[in-house]
Design a protein around this ligand. Structure first.
Ligand code: F6R
Length: 608
């Protein structure tokens, strides 16, 4: 996720900004830049690559004199990692500079409008739209221009802005992307996260949605989006630097689990326009969508599990046959890809060797590949014919959580788009599913709020030897991911089984007290899964059930129940996975495991 640092004070700004940005490196980035007012004009230096490159370019900041400036580490979203796309961005006269975290959803129409008014763009970013739009509204009053822009743009943003005409001020605003400001006796700071300024001050103000801050050397003023001045109370940070990087969470994995409502929103909302699903990057006409005869989904690990879910969703609503394959199998088994087959490769890192090889194999066979990828500019993103990005931001914990949730959303959108174009989903059903999708972030938030109950339950199982996860249909796909989350970070052996398969062998492993987690979110399969629960309970299993609110019948067959809010049956994975992630996490924490860096695992598997 991008990082922002800004400083106005008695010292040189550039070294303070570089130091602050270095404390945000853990968030992941692909380029870095700074804008400093040198007494006459705003100077910008930026470069693709590590922060070290920017440090060398500016001799540690020495070539950028001035005491007011803003800096940025960019995690590419709109536009590949490049010098041009790195922040800050200027307006045309180079009198305004902007750094931005987040995504401007309506940047395309705004860009077109600005171009029609004579503005010229030098980057592919959504951020440059902001620089020109501020310029468009600027009539000598920065606050007025900024608030007008806030009324005009949709999406998420944290911004740092400087104006050459107001060199004694920095402006900062936010909506749905984090931003803090702080002060000490030598100046004021803005940052996207506490660690960036912890060296200078522990007294910070958390900026709320739609608030604006005007920072001067020795004081700050806070405003609403309607330019009314407001009072804010500072918070004293007492975490150490390490905890601060994790935003106060004990582990990155927990932090990332808590980012899921935002991740889901960011992947979803830019693709919903006027009650329709618009996936511009799909690059397929309605005729081409109608011509699809089969979809091959290829991925590894958790990404493969989202593919298994997608098979049920795409086949269920779009009625297109889907084959899901592990990339390591696909690449060597000489797959039959007939005419009309679309290949979808799913990958968080975009660098997984087997997935990349599967992509190349498909292209060699003459098939177009759609990549569903998180890391912009990664190998899979570059080599796929079309890329649908999941806007999860960098994932640091090895065990995926938020990228998995974002992949699910991308796949639901694809399924619904195909279903609608092919006439398999009527307007009413489509609208109702859109409504359910939009409710997911709030529902995930509710489930996360229940973490203590799951923690207490998890603590009872830190000594478990084997755990089984069972479910049918989409619940089977959820079980696979629940099982992987537990085993990879807690080192407890666990297996996922299609519930109906148990009695064909695995049920012999059930002993007195064996934990069986049964996922039963599909109403049409509920009674069937209930019978399987009764079977394992009769053999001594302790049954944990995950089901929909209202399904209290399950209590007859379960020893412990977790209820998820009601949603469309095709979307239950997005909710049921939350307690299972928390369960895996708390078992691992209880056992004292290195949760963020489990043994033998790497975040990006670039070898076979
Ligand atoms: C599990 C996990 C892995 C990845 C797999 C694919 O928590 O993270 O199973 O899902 O290695 O990685 P990507 O998505 O980067 O291709």
């Amino acid at each position: 996720m991008c990082g922002i640092v800004g400083y106005i004070g008695k010292h040189e700004a550039a070294p303070v900004i570089l130091e602050g940005l270095s404390k945000l490196e853990y968030r992941g980035y692909d380029s870095a830049g700074m804008a400093v007012f040198d007494g006459e004009k705003i100077q910008i230096q930026k470069s693709v690559g590590r922060l070290k490159v920017l440090e060398e370019l500016t001799h540690g900041g020495a070539t950028m004199p001035g005491t007011v400036g803003i800096g940025h580490t960019r995690w590419a979203t709109h536009g590949a990692p490049s010098d041009e796309n790195a922040h800050p961005h200027y307006n045309q006269e180079e009198t305004i500079a902007v750094v931005h975290n987040g995504i401007i959803e309506n940047y395309l129409p705004l860009r077109e409008k600005l171009i029609s008014k004579g503005y010229q763009f030098v980057s592919d970013t959504d951020t440059e739209v902001l620089a020109h739009l501020i310029d468009y509204y600027y009539k000598g009053n920065p606050l007025e221009a900024i608030t007008k822009v806030m009324h005009r743009v949709q999406g998420s943003y944290a911004l740092g802005i400087i104006f050459a005409e107001y060199p004694d001020q920095i402006f900062a605003v936010r909506k749905d992307s984090p931003l803090i400001v702080g002060q000490n006796e030598n100046g004021c700071f803005i940052a996207s996260d506490v660690p960036a300024i912890l060296k200078y001050t522990r007294k910070v103000y958390f900026i709320e949605n739609q608030e604006v801050v005007r920072l001067r050397v020795d004081h700050m003023h806070f405003y609403t989006v309607d330019e009314e001045e407001i009072e804010k109370e500072p918070v004293t940070i007492d975490w150490d630097a390490d905890a601060a990087e994790k935003g106060g969470y004990e582990h990155f994995m927990l932090k990332e689990m808590y980012e899921q409502p935002k991740t889901v929103t960011d992947t979803l909302m830019p693709r919903i326009k006027d009650n329709d699903i618009v996936i511009e990057e799909l690059g397929m006409s309605d005729e081409e969508i109608n011509a699809i005869r089969k979809i091959f989904i290829v991925a590894c690990g958790s990404a493969y599990h989202t593919g298994v879910t997608a098979k049920y969703v795409i086949e269920g609503i779009a009625r297109i046959p889907v084959e899901v394959d592990l990339a390591s199998e696909f690449r060597y088994r000489n797959p039959i890809l007939e005419e009309g087959t679309m290949v979808v490769v799913i990958s968080q890192s975009g660098e997984t060797a087997d997935s990349l090889a599967a992509l190349r194999e498909s292209k060699k066979l003459g098939h177009k590949v759609l990549g569903i990828v998180n890391v912009v500019g990664s190998s899979i993103a570059r080599e796929a014919d079309n890329v649908m990005y999941t806007w999860a931001g960098p994932e640091i914990a090895v065990a995926t959580t938020k990228a998995y949730s974002a992949q699910l959303i991308a796949l639901y959108l694809l399924a619904m788009k195909f279903a609608k174009v092919r006439g398999n989903l009527d307007e009413g059903a489509f609208k109702s599913m859109l409504g359910d999708l939009k409710r997911l972030p709030g529902q995930i938030e509710r489930l996360l709020a229940n973490k203590q109950r799951i923690q207490r339950f998890a603590n009872r199982y830190i000594g478990a030897k084997d755990v089984f996860f069972i479910g049918r249909g989409i619940d089977y796909a959820i079980s696979m991911e629940g099982s992987l989350k537990l085993k990879e970070i807690s080192y407890i052996h666990s297996e996922a089984y299609a519930a109906g398969e148990l009695k064909h062998g695995t049920i012999s492993l059930i002993e007195e007290g064996t934990l069986v987690a049964a996922v039963a979110t599909q109403d049409t399969l509920f009674q069937k899964t209930l019978s399987n629960m009764v079977e394992v309970k009769a053999r001594g299993a302790f049954v944990l059930a995950v089901t929909n609110e209202g399904n209290t019948d399950i209590e007859k067959a379960a020893d412990y129940c977790i209820y998820i809010p009601r949603t469309n049956p095709y979307f239950t994975n997005s909710l049921a996975i939350i307690p299972l992630q928390l369960f895996g996490y708390y078992v691992a924490v209880g056992k004292g495991c290195d949760v963020d860096k489990p043994r033998n695992l790497a975040k990006s598997v670039t070898v076979e």
